[in-house]
Design a protein around this ligand. Structure first.
Ligand code: ADP
Length: 376
């Protein structure tokens, strides 16, 4: 797996019971996954020779992030290395302009959008008629390099629209969707074409960062849930994706779903599955890229709530374990071994059960206590 973040750490963890020999390409020995994977190669994923050295002897190469240059992946593939998902699929998760064009071509519902050249063009886009009624605010996104809300701007006028163009990266304009909530439809597809769909989840973002996920999404019309799952399976098939695909969705107030973006790797909206599903997204991602039969994605409990643990003022969260574990023996804690910095994702907790309010309160309490925002 290329990339040493927490997704690689948890994928490695899922591979242990299967006896999967897991090699990692990481930037530094301190990376979340590098701390636990014994077969770690250190190097720069932007360097083709490093990638070649890393991939030699691997049956399959997969990813914890989407930032490996597409041309390097094509070169590896041409040299006979199995790259899953492949570069033609992955480019849709790397470049939001490419993704929107591809989704349009298969008729997947998206917010009104187009590439824009400069701030005046943003105003022209704002004034184009659309189902959203047009006008500012407009959402601007750099097509490459964004994550966790970085690279996304909500602008109210042409003056504010200048900032995204400074980076010199193409800019995509989108209508600002007046959504009811955000959902994610997560599916896994293998090269043989087998696919499984997890229940559609609700994801709550704070400042562009995923804060909380509820599985399944409460009060979601079963027809809309089935539509979202079918859409994600169709995207996985049409784009020939192998591995885990997260389709981030907006549920509009008038009962439609629109695709926000795609991630072709395990995803924060699937962390609940580590404790809440028969087979976790991490195990199913590994099974898929190895072309093994996929595991059951169904939930093990009526409700599972995942809350991210963000860094707070205390560098050491271990002292909080005593209270959290004593208060709630059903709590599942997953820490990533990362240095605590304010706002950084350093872990998550999962709680599952029959009563949503209870499950949610316990998960929120534990995450807040670990962070240090509450002390009792
Ligand atoms: P990232 O690559 O950082 O994950 P996203 O495209 O997912 O960027 O955007 C981050 C967040 O910004 C979304 O989760 C959503 O809350 C908000 N957002 C993105 N696009 C739109 C849009 N067109 N309308 C309204 N909100 C949006």
């Amino acid at each position: 797996m290329i990339g040493g973040g927490q997704l690689a750490r948890m994928a490695h963890e899922a591979g242990i019971p299967l006896g999967v020999r897991f090699r990692l390409l990481a930037d530094t020995p301190q990376d979340s996954a590098a701390q636990v994977v014994s077969d770690t190669v250190l190097g720069d994923y932007r360097d083709l020779d490093t990638l070649r050295r890393f991939a030699a002897g691997c049956d399959v190469v997969t990813f914890d992030h989407e930032h490996v240059p597409t041309e390097h992946l094509r070169a590896l593939q041409a040299e006979g290395i199995a790259v899953r998902p492949g570069p033609d699929a992955l480019v849709n998760a790397q470049d939001k302009g490419v993704m929107r064009a591809k989704l349009d071509s298969i008729g997947a519902p998206c917010p009104r959008h187009r590439l824009v050249a400069d701030p005046a063009d943003v105003t022209a886009f704002a004034n184009e008629p659309g189902s959203d009624g047009g006008g500012y605010p407009v959402v601007l996104k750099t097509v490459r390099g964004g994550y966790d809300g970085k690279g996304v701007w909500v602008v109210d006028n042409e003056q504010e629209a200048a900032a995204p163009f400074l980076a010199g990266v193409p800019v995509l304009a989108e209508e600002k969707v007046d959504f009811l909530r955000e959902l994610a439809a997560n599916v896994v597809r293998s090269p043989s074409g087998q696919a499984v769909a997890y229940p559609v989840v609700e994801s709550l973002q704070e400042n562009g960062v995923c804060a909380e996920v509820t599985a399944p999404a409460p009060d979601l019309d079963p027809e809309l849930a089935a539509e979202a799952q079918a859409l994600a399976l169709r995207i996985a098939g049409e784009l020939d994706i192998t591995g885990h695909l997260a389709v981030e969705l907006f549920q509009t107030r008038d009962g439609r779903i629109l695709v926000n973006e795609l991630a072709m790797r395990p995803h924060n909206s699937g962390h609940w599955s580590m404790d809440g599903a028969v087979t976790s997204q991490f195990e199913n991602h590994l099974r898929a890229v190895l072309d093994l039969p996929l595991g059951d994605p169904r939930p093990r409990a009526k409700w599972t709530v995942m809350v991210n643990v963000l860094g707070g003022d205390y560098p050491d969260m271990y002292h909080a374990f005593l209270h959290c574990m004593a208060r709630d023996p059903g709590l599942r804690i997953h820490m990533y071994g990362k240095d605590v910095k304010p706002g950084r994702k350093v872990g998550h907790v999962n709680v599952f059960g029959d009563d949503l309010d209870d499950v949610r309160e316990r998960a929120r309490h534990a995450a807040a206590y670990l962070r240090g925002t509450i002390t009792e």
